[in-house]
Design a protein around this ligand. Structure first.
Ligand SMILES: [Zn+2]
Ligand SMILES: [Zn+2]
Length: 237
């Protein structure tokens, strides 16, 4: 049964190839090399006359390895919503738009090309619109993409903390207990000093500061959901 897509243009559909298709392998390489989104990395290539003529990744091609705490994940935004909250996951940084940009930057007209995307299973409305307006013929994904790259699967791999130790400063009472419960669920150890992440409760919320940094990588707002949202930050670190 075909998956139900959050968006599909009325007169278009995705095409599918196996994961070891040569152009899909090229897209997988682009994902490794170009994707600046560590949480949902996507690679993409443009093929014209049987040749890969352009490649890109999502996250504005910032390249792998940058810490990004996504507000959409902190706030548990449903799939396909909340892009406006995040400057990395905003539609202009999606792999499809980055690819069209990369092609045009090197003087290649995308019209009549095919596009192969590795790392995702559907394309959002702004991306489809951009591909169609650029004259792209077909958008290919891996034949099992909706399972291989489902949110649960991808986040299961990328939303596991690489930090190990956390210090909690300025937390008391029920809030302290709730946050400790979240640390325990993530398998993180609470330490008094020299932590990988310091969580400091202040007037503006819970500031999460990575070891060696001064500025917080994220500040969780004060509210009922603070423990859950703090957990969502730590999962991304
Ligand atoms: Zn984001
Ligand atoms: Zn998109």
């Amino acid at each position: 049964m075909p998956p139900k897509y959050p968006y599909m243009p009325p007169d278009r559909f995705l095409k599918y190839v196996p994961v070891d298709h040569p152009f899909m392998l090229a897209a997988a390489q682009a994902r490794e090399a170009c994707a600046g989104d560590p949480l949902y990395p996507v690679g993409i290539v443009m093929v014209k006359d049987g040749q890969v003529v352009a490649r890109a990744g999502n996250g504005f091609n910032r390249g792998p390895g940058k810490v990004h705490v996504c507000p959409r994940i902190v706030l548990d935004c449903p799939s396909g919503t909340g892009y406006e909250l995040c400057d990395l996951h905003d539609a202009p940084g999606h792999s499809e738009r980055m690819l069209l940009q990369a092609a045009r930057d090197s003087g290649i007209d995308p019209a009549g090309s095919d596009v192969y995307m590795f790392g995702h299973w559907w394309a959002c409305e702004p991306c489809w619109t951009a591909l169609i307006e650029a004259g792209v013929r077909d958008l290919y994904v891996v034949d099992d993409a909706h399972e291989r790259f489902s949110r649960e699967k991808v986040y299961g791999e990328t939303l596991t903390p690489s930090v190990r130790t956390v210090s909690l400063e300025g937390f008391y009472g029920d809030r302290l207990q709730a946050v400790r419960g979240q640390l325990w669920e993530l398998g993180l150890e609470e330490v008094d000093q020299d932590a990988d992440v310091r969580c400091v409760m202040g007037d503006d919320g819970a500031r999460c500061v990575l070891r060696g940094d001064i500025d917080p990588v994220y500040t969780v707002e004060i509210g009922d959901k603070l423990p859950q949202q703090l957990k969502n930050v730590l999962r991304q670190l």
